[in-house]
Design a protein around this ligand. Structure first.
Ligand SMILES: Cc1ncc(COP(=O)(O)O)c(C=O)c1O
Length: 392
């Protein structure tokens, strides 16, 4: 695959959305669109029933990946942001207190800010260390008698640093405080189950590590949590249609209106591909590439690597600051002269960049690997960055 200027395309922006997807994903979407195309949960004819089975298969695959036996615990959403909204807005009541961290993406920071500005919600942002890691004790230390829930990213989308969510979750479970995990960067990237994290709600895009199409996301709801989670999106579900009240059954309580079936069918294929490959294998591949990338980058003078060096404590999401280079300018040169697609700027994580001291310089340049990234692509990126700094 080439770029407009004839260069071989090297995609290193998998933290934004994964590409390419496994061939099975494209095939599943194309096949369903051409041969079926019906709404789910509405009709009794064969194609509609088939769509129902496909959506259930996708739900089951996502649930299995999380170690959940009941597929109805998985709610399909529009993306990671939408899943976080269902969790945050559904839990919050005026006067509540929420604990979060400076590591978070704006998909957590902005809804909380709006609630703080307009609905009298108090929010505590726990800080991180120089590697961008939050200490579990600090999160627990920020709780007070009004804390309704804690929301923490499983890993930073800026530094790739893994956060101690299992430790935080275990203590919150002991204290009976609701725990929301933003697994946008980790679901499908590292092996874990919902119970290992002791989370009550887990939000993730379907289009990153789960390898589904854009426009997909999931919210896992631990059994019983739906009773204290208000539905913020009410409407037609194809079930209990004689009533004007929103159903209370899972997942209908949180899924109103026609689902993104083509996206979900593709998501199901992506997750089945992951199950066959094994998330542990995907993780090993990412670690091999990350190690190679970090070693290559650390040999370039003028490049500063952010986040932990140890690949056990990080993902294949690597941010760098380049002396004398605006990150946007560096990204433009990489794309225009080398066909290398990266992401520059603040990555929708303003407090993280502030904590790292990279906000004033326009953020960082982020390179992020995917399951189809190769060693030669990593070497090409390192060589291009070497050229770039040498030509200054
Ligand atoms: C940590 C984190 N949370 C949430 C999101 C939002 O996901 P989406 O783009 O699917 O809404 C992202 C996306 O980059 C992310 O990195």
């Amino acid at each position: 695959m080439g770029t407009d200027n004839g260069l071989k395309r090297i995609y290193l922006d998998n933290a934004a959305t994964s590409w390419p997807k496994p061939p099975e994903v494209y095939e599943a979407v194309d096949h369903w669109q051409r041969t079926n195309g019906t709404a789910v949960g509405r009709g009794v004819y064969d194609t509609a029933l088939e769509t129902g089975r496909l959506v259930l298969d996708a739900r089951r695959a996502v649930a299995q990946l999380l170690g959940a036996s009941d597929p109805s615990r998985v709610v399909f959403t529009l993306n990671g942001t939408d899943a976080l909204h269902l969790a945050i807005q559904g839990l919050i009541r005026p006067g509540d207190h929420v604990v979060t961290t400076v590591v978070e993406h704006n998909s957590v920071l902005r809804p909380l800010r709006q609630l703080a500005d307009g609905r009298g919600v108090a929010v505590t942002h726990v800080g991180c260390d120089a590697e961008g890691i939050v200490a579990a004790e600090k999160v627990i230390g920020a709780l007070n008698s009004k804390t309704k829930f804690v929301v923490v990213a499983h890993a930073s989308n800026v530094t790739g640093a893994l956060q101690p969510v299992a430790e935080i979750g275990a203590e919150l479970r002991r204290r009976g405080v609701t725990f929301v995990v933003d697994a946008a960067q980790t679901f499908g990237e590292i092996p874990f189950t919902a119970e290992e994290l002791s989370c009550d709600l887990l939000a993730a895009p379907g289009h990153k590590g789960l390898l589904g199409p854009l426009g997909t996301g999931v919210l896992y709801v631990r059994p019983g949590v739906e009773e204290r989670l208000m539905s913020i999106r009410t409407g037609g579900t194809g079930s209990e249609s004689n009533s004007t009240k929103q159903p209370t059954t899972m997942p209908d309580k949180f899924e109103s209106g026609n689902l993104n079936v083509p996206g979900i069918v593709g998501l199901g294929a992506g997750v089945r591909w992951l199950q066959a490959r094994g998330v542990a294998q995907v993780r090993r591949h990412a670690q091999t590439l990350t190690l190679r990338l970090c070693e290559g980058l650390s040999r370039i003078q003028g490049v500063r690597l952010l986040g932990p060096r140890d690949v056990e404590r990080r993902l294949g999401v690597v941010s760098i600051a380049i002396d004398g280079y605006d990150p946007q300018e560096a990204a433009a040169v990489l794309a225009g002269s080398y066909g290398i697609e990266t992401r520059a700027g603040l990555h929708c994580a303003p407090l993280m960049h502030k904590a790292l001291g990279t906000d004033s310089g326009g953020g960082t340049l982020r390179l992020s690997t995917g399951p189809f990234s190769t060693e030669s692509e990593i070497d090409a990126a390192t060589a291009a960055l070497g050229d770039l700094t040498a030509s200054q």
